[in-house]
Ligand binder design. Structure first.
Ligand code: NDP
Length: 454
């Protein structure tokens, strides 16, 4: 590791010692940059890394709201405006009790790289709150009611609105922030700012949303993997796939895999995981989407009612061709990675942000399987948000086919850029190319798409 990288890592750790996720994300990126820094000494001369690890602005605020029993509750809200070098800050909002400054800084840091990979003019940001819509503050085991979520969102936006705008900062959804929450947030922004602008993405279709935006992150993850497979002359037809999570990213990744002829054997949530030997069917997936998004229930309930699926709390033993971690950060550790490799897995396409721990990534790289880091393979969501911004500015709506074609094109260009960058800076991907052929020709053995190349 170069002295420059070592110094920046040490300074970042000294300044942010109580933010492990942020330090992990910074470490993951900076430790791969030596070849780039060697060829570009101007980066050190102009303190580029030091600037990249320090947010341009951090906003922290109180979010008071009234629950259904008339009791005042207080949560903490955040917006990290990480980097606006190439466009307005752009990145989602996460509502989850695990949200804190370090988690959001890690997500905002990742977002900067992801957004630049899309080639659209978007800077990086992230925000959210420690509010837990899945636990009512007054009734154990019950979720917040729609009215409680609405009052929370309105209070959250009452402070956030003065810091965002269509040319300043454009938030979107993330964990526990879907169409319902974006609707409440957008309505409150419109009321306070007295203007209709594309200030949030992930909006409902009836008020400025884009077709394919809900599907985009999951679909994009699979399109990216399709590009990796194509380098070896393979397709998803008949491949056995495992997916973690059953939220937005996981469910649309599952849908796309099914459309491409793959067998999706698992989905999971906080209650456990379901396993279907014969592959989850489109009908089952539709029921799961309704269960998770409308009834806001758990997979454990689904498993009780569906004979063809087994419910389990641990790992599964079966042949696995490809894995798509689509739930949350650090969900896949070294032990899980060994398990996947032992069962034949040759492709891991990250749908979530930083789902694999450093030892899991090390295991994938050592085994030379196809591996795509989330900041490349889940960029389809924010890319389509960028397309939503364009449509809002033009006051036009594009067809689903148009948006999907653009999404496919963007995921291909991210994949191809990774190849090119790897060729330029000489990482493991290029080694794979030397051994197995030139780009565009069929590769006989697994190739690796590493962090270095993105
Ligand atoms: P959702 O809230 O829709 O889904 C998250 C899923 O993960 C749910 O099934 C949830 O289960 C599960 N989960 C969360 N925490 C745990 C846990 N501790 N143990 C087991 N399961 C858990 O979020 P998204 O699908 O939107 O996001 C998933 C990931 O993808 C996140 O890392 C996010 O940052 C990333 N991402 C999302 C994008 C988007 O467009 N939505 C864009 C790019 C990245 P349960 O339902 O029980 O809570």
């Amino acid at each position: 590791m170069s002295k420059y990288v070592e110094r920046v890592l040490n300074e970042t750790a000294a300044r942010n010692g109580n933010e492990p996720e942020f330090l992990q994300a910074v470490d993951e990126v900076l430790t791969t940059l030596d070849p780039v820094l060697k060829k570009n000494p101007q980066y050190e001369a102009n303190a580029i890394l030091e600037r990249m690890v320090e947010p341009e602005r951090v906003i922290m605020f109180r979010v008071p709201w009234v629950d259904d029993k008339g009791v005042v509750r207080v949560n903490r809200g955040y917006r990290i405006q990480m980097n606006s070098a190439i466009g307005p800050y752009k990145g989602g909002l996460r509502f989850d009790p695990t949200v804190n400054l370090g988690v959001l800084k890690f997500l905002a840091f990742e977002q900067v790289f992801k957004n630049s990979l899309t080639t659209l003019p978007m800077g990086g940001g992230k925000g959210g709150s420690d509010f837990n819509p899945k636990q009512s503050p007054h009734t154990p085991g019950k979720r917040c009611s729609d009215a409680e979520v609405m009052r929370f969102c309105q209070s959250f936006m009452t402070e956030l609105f003065r810091h965002i705008g269509p040319d300043t900062d454009v938030p979107a959804g993330d964990m526990n922030v879907g169409g319902r929450e974006i609707g409440y947030l957008f309505g409150q922004y419109k009321r306070l700012a007295n203007e209709w602008t594309g200030v949030l993405t992930g909006k409902g279709l009836s008020f400025g949303g884009s077709l394919i935006r809900p599907e985009a992150t999951g679909y994009g993850d699979i399109y990216f993997a399709q590009n990796m497979l194509a380098m070896r002359g393979e397709t998803f037809e008949g491949k056995k796939c495992v997916i973690s999570g059953s939220g937005n990213v996981a469910s649309f990744a599952a849908q796309k895999l099914m459309q491409l002829g793959a067998k999706v054997m698992t989905l999971s949530d906080r209650s456990g995981a379901i396993f279907c030997e014969e592959g989850i069917t489109e009908k089952m997936l539709k029921d799961i989407m309704v269960l998770k998004n409308v009834k806001r229930g758990e997979l454990a309930d689904f498993a009780k009612k569906t004979k063809a699926v087994k419910f389990f709390a641990g790992q599964i033993a079966d042949k696995i061709d490809a894995a798509f971690p689509c739930a949350r950060q650090n969900e896949l550790n070294g032990k899980d990675a060994e398990y996947l490799l032992k069962h034949g897995c040759t492709l891991v396409g990250e749908g979530a942000n930083m789902p694999s721990t450093p030892d899991a990534i090390a295991a994938f790289l050592k085994a030379k399987i196809m591996y795509s880091p989330g900041k490349a393979s889940n960029a389809g969501g924010v890319a389509t948000s960028g397309l939503e911004m364009s449509q809002n500015s033009e006051r036009l709506s594009w067809t689903a086919e148009e948006v999907d074609a653009k999404l496919k094109g963007i995921m291909k260009s991210i994949h191809d850029n990774a190849w090119e960058a790897a060729a330029k800076y000489g990482d493991k991907l290029r080694e794979g190319r030397r051994r197995h052929g030139r780009p565009g020709r069929v590769l006989r053995k697994p190739s690796v798409c590493t962090c270095e190349s993105v």
